[in-house]
Structures are given as structure tokens and as C-alpha cells.
Ligand binder design. Structure first.
Ligand SMILES: C=CC1=C(C)c2cc3[nH]c(cc4nc(cc5[nH]c(cc1n2)c(C)c5CCC(=O)O)C(CCC(=O)O)=C4C)c(C)c3C=C
Ligand SMILES: [Fe+2]
Length: 411
């Protein structure tokens, strides 16, 4: 077989991409870089994916408004008996130091070198506290009201062993090894203080696979996230983050996250004709445009009558109608989840779905009213199973020199 020059060059590039990443040399973007640099001899990185770093420090923790990463791990830990507030504070200090190093592309203390050749790859590490954390650490006086247990929903079939937890971590990165490495480092730091309660692994589209940035697709094939609150919206911060003067004070700049492992009945869904699938959601599958017309960016017009002149263009039980802020007294949340696929179940069906992750300043003005409404009349619910979940208080970001949660644990 004759190699074309670009084939040779591509192989060389593939072979050197890791080394270039380690040296922090990454430049250029996506597949275009392969062609553009086809005749260059020096080590050229395939993409800038590995070199991208998301700052660990800030008013808010990273991983909330950060663009979706390709890989995600959601993990919960329980504090060991006797760990208490002091042990928890020391752990959060160690976790923050390790997260800061890894998100900057530096090796953490005691590194196992799993991600040695890669750049930070947009790694984010986000820490949260579950309700039980406050009893374990004798901090019940600082328990936020917003962390009250979620009500039971009719569609819940939650496995308690894979739900809740004292501490929660969300790890996101655009590289699987970088994400795994972060998880291992944090788990090792926890040894003796906290043990893993549950772990869920997810994924999203890899950056660079679409010609231009596009909204994610879920495993049902739908464009998912179109009508999310946007940081440019005037009410975005009020919807997603606890205000600077909010209560409790240690949660200023923080957010509350609802996590749900939602299995999709994909065999049933995939057998549904396209037109019926679109009716269930209220948007076109190909481009995410609402069935009331326009493009993906158009607001769904819930009053518009469809082509038959009688029924609504967006059906009464369409997911976007039932979930819309207009149907829920303005309730909204920032949805930023990961797909998951954990192989096959005993019945042969894929164990796959959505790790639903929703951020809000107050769950009673976000997830709770919307899920109540979905429980009563969502056409999508017959294709879903809520299998596990949790609610966690995610404090604001740490300033340089601080660790996440310091204001809760030390003031
Ligand atoms: C309680 C909140 C919600 C759960 C649980 C939920 C599960 C869920 N949703 C999809 C797919 C889509 N959801 C879409 C929109 C949408 N979903 C919610 C809330 C929950 N979804 C809201 C608030 C909205 C926005 C409604 C609006 O204002 O228009 C869409 C449409 C595209 C979009 O706007 O994101 C899809 C598709 C799945 C598959 C799922 C559980 C697995
Ligand atoms: Fe939804």
C-alpha cells in the first residue's frame, strides 16, 4: 500500500501528540490541524483539547457553567466513623490542593502518573455536601434550609445505596485518562477519612467532532439543553447561584445540585416512529427546533395551534411544555448532565441513560416544582426510570490559598 504524504504525517502526529501535550506545546484545532501541518516536521499537536485549562479558583466552583466535557465521573463519599469536622476540613484541604494542581496540568502530591502525558484537558473538580454531612460533623446549625430532603415523586424507584452521601464530587474532563486520574487521586486522598459510597461514569460528545459548537445530544438522539438558562440572561445568576448576601452565608456564590440517574427504555423508544418521538418532546429531532416553528434557538410557542387547526403544535403532554418555566411559575434550572452506558441488564436491554445534573439557587424554585409537574403529565416519563439520585449543597469557589468549604468548616 502506498502512503500519501498526509497519511504519513497523520501517523507521525498521532504518535507525537502525547509528548507535545506534556510539554504544553498544543496549538491549532481539531482535524484541520492534521491537514494544515501535514508537511511540518516538528512535533505538532493534533488539537488544543489537551492544553485547555479551566481555572479552579473563582467566585463559583468550576464545572457549573463550564462547557460540557467529554467525560464525567460523579462520586459520593461517606465520612468514616470518627472523622468529624476536623477530619473533613483536612480532607477538603487535601482535595482542593490536588484539584488545583491537576486542573492546572501539574502533578499532585504522590502522583501515580496516569495522566502524565496529557494536558489539563479542561478538567474541573466540583465539591458538594449532602445533608448527612452536617450531622456527621456536628454542623447541623449550618445546615441550609434548601438541603431539606426532596419529596417523593411518583416516578421514583431510587436505589438508596446508589443515592445521597456525605460528600459529592463531580469530575469533568475532555480526556478519559485525565478524568480517571483525577478520580483515583481524590479517592486515595480520602483513604482513612471517607470511603466511596457510589460512582457513576458518563460521557458527552468529544469537542471537535462537530464543525461548529452545537448543543449536546442525549442517547435518545434528541438535542438536549437548547432552552437552558444562558449566562447572558439577566436572571441567570439569580436562578443558578446563591447571592452574595444569601443564607447561609457560607453558601454565597454556591449552588444546589440535583443528581439523578435516569435510565432510558431505549428499545421501546427506538421503536417509536420519528413523528411520535418528536411529539413526545415537542421539538424536531434533527435540529432541535420547537414544533411551533423557527429554529433551535426559537422559544417554544406553547399557544400555537398545529396544522390540523385544533390541537396545539406542542402537545399537552410534550416534555418541553410540561417542563417549561411558563408551566411552572417561572421555575428553571441549569441542566448539565452526562450520558451513561453501563453495559446490558439481565433482560438484555441497555443499561443506559442520562446522569441528570441540574443546578439552581434553590431546589424549591427549580427541580422540585418541575419534577412534580413532570410526574403528573409528561409524555416522556413512560420511557424513563429514575433509579438513583441526590441533592447536594455546592459552596462557592475557593479564593487562591483557600480550600473549598473553608467558610463552612472553619468560621
Ligand atoms: C425535573 C426536571 C427535568 C428532568 C428530570 C428532565 C429529564 C429529561 N429531559 C430529557 C430531554 C429533554 N429535556 C428538554 C427540555 C427540558 N427539560 C427540563 C427539565 C427536566 N428534564 C426542562 C426545564 C427543559 C426546558 C423546557 C423549556 O423551557 O423549553 C429537551 C428539549 C431541549 C432543551 O430545551 O433542552 C429535551 C430533549 C431527557 C431525555 C430526560 C431524562 C432522561
Ligand atoms: Fe428534560
Amino acid at each position: 500500500m502506498n502512503d500519501r504524504p498526509q497519511d504519513l504525517s497523520r501517523r507521525r502526529l498521532l504518535g507525537t501528540a502525547g509528548a507535545a501535550g506534556a510539554a504544553g506545546l498544543l496549538v491549532g484545532g481539531a482535524s484541520g490541524a492534521v491537514t494544515a501541518h501535514a508537511t511540518r516536521d516538528e512535533a505538532t499537536a493534533l488539537t488544543s483539547v489537551g492544553a485547555t485549562a479551566v481555572p479552579f479558583h473563582g467566585t463559583h466552583q468550576a464545572g457549573i457553567t463550564t462547557p460540557l466535557q467529554a467525560r464525567g465521573h460523579l462520586v459520593a463519599f461517606d465520612l468514616a466513623a470518627g472523622s468529624g469536622r476536623k477530619g473533613a476540613a483536612a480532607l477538603l484541604r487535601r482535595w482542593s490542593a490536588a484539584a488545583e494542581a491537576m486542573t492546572e496540568g501539574r502533578a499532585p502530591v504522590g502522583d501515580n502518573q496516569v495522566a502524565l502525558d496529557a494536558g489539563p484537558s479542561s478538567l474541573t473538580v466540583t465539591f458538594g455536601f449532602g445533608r448527612t454531612f452536617f450531622t456527621r460533623t456536628e454542623l447541623t446549625g449550618r445546615l441550609p434550609e434548601a438541603l431539606a430532603p426532596l419529596p417523593d415523586f411518583a416516578s421514583d424507584a431510587l436505589d438508596r445505596r446508589r443515592s445521597d452521601g456525605d460528600l459529592w464530587i463531580q469530575i469533568g474532563a475532555d480526556d478519559a485518562l485525565v478524568a480517571f486520574h483525577a478520580l483515583r487521586v481524590l479517592q486515595k486522598e480520602a483513604a482513612g477519612t471517607a470511603s466511596l459510597r457510589w460512582q457513576m461514569n458518563g460521557f458527552n460528545r468529544t469537542p471537535g467532532t462537530t464543525a461548529e459548537p452545537r448543543t449536546a445530544r442525549n442517547l435518545m438522539g434528541q438535542v438536549d439543553g437548547s432552552n437552558n438558562p444562558r449566562p447572558s440572561d439577566p436572571d441567570f445568576d439569580a436562578r443558578v447561584f446563591v447571592p452574595a448576601a444569601g443564607s447561609p452565608q457560607w453558601m454565597a456564590g454556591g449552588s444546589y445540585v440535583v443528581v439523578r440517574r435516569i435510565r432510558m427504555l431505549l428499545d421501546t423508544w427506538d421503536n417509536l416512529p420519528l413523528e411520535r418521538q418528536e411529539k413526545v418532546i415537542g421539538r424536531r429531532k434533527a435540529d432541535g427546533a420547537p414544533l411551533s416553528g423557527g429554529t433551535e434557538a426559537s422559544r417554544p410557542d406553547l399557544d400555537k395551534i398545529g396544522p390540523d387547526g385544533r390541537a396545539f403544535a406542542i402537545a399537552a403532554d410534550a416534555h418541553v411544555r410540561v417542563a417549561a418555566p411558563a408551566s411552572n411559575s417561572g421555575a428553571a434550572m441549569l441542566r448539565r448532565g452526562y450520558s451513561y452506558h453501563d453495559g446490558y441488564r439481565d433482560d438484555g436491554a441497555p443499561d443506559a441513560g442520562l446522569l441528570f445534573v441540574a443546578w439552581q439557587a434553590d431546589p424549591l424554585k427549580g427541580f422540585v416544582p418541575v419534577q412534580r409537574k413532570l410526574d403528573r403529565g409528561d409524555g416522556l416519563s413512560r420511557f424513563l426510570r429514575h433509579e438513583a439520585g441526590g441533592l447536594f449543597a455546592v459552596p462557592g469557589g475557593a479564593a487562591p490559598g483557600e480550600y473549598v468549604g473553608q467558610r463552612l468548616l472553619e468560621s
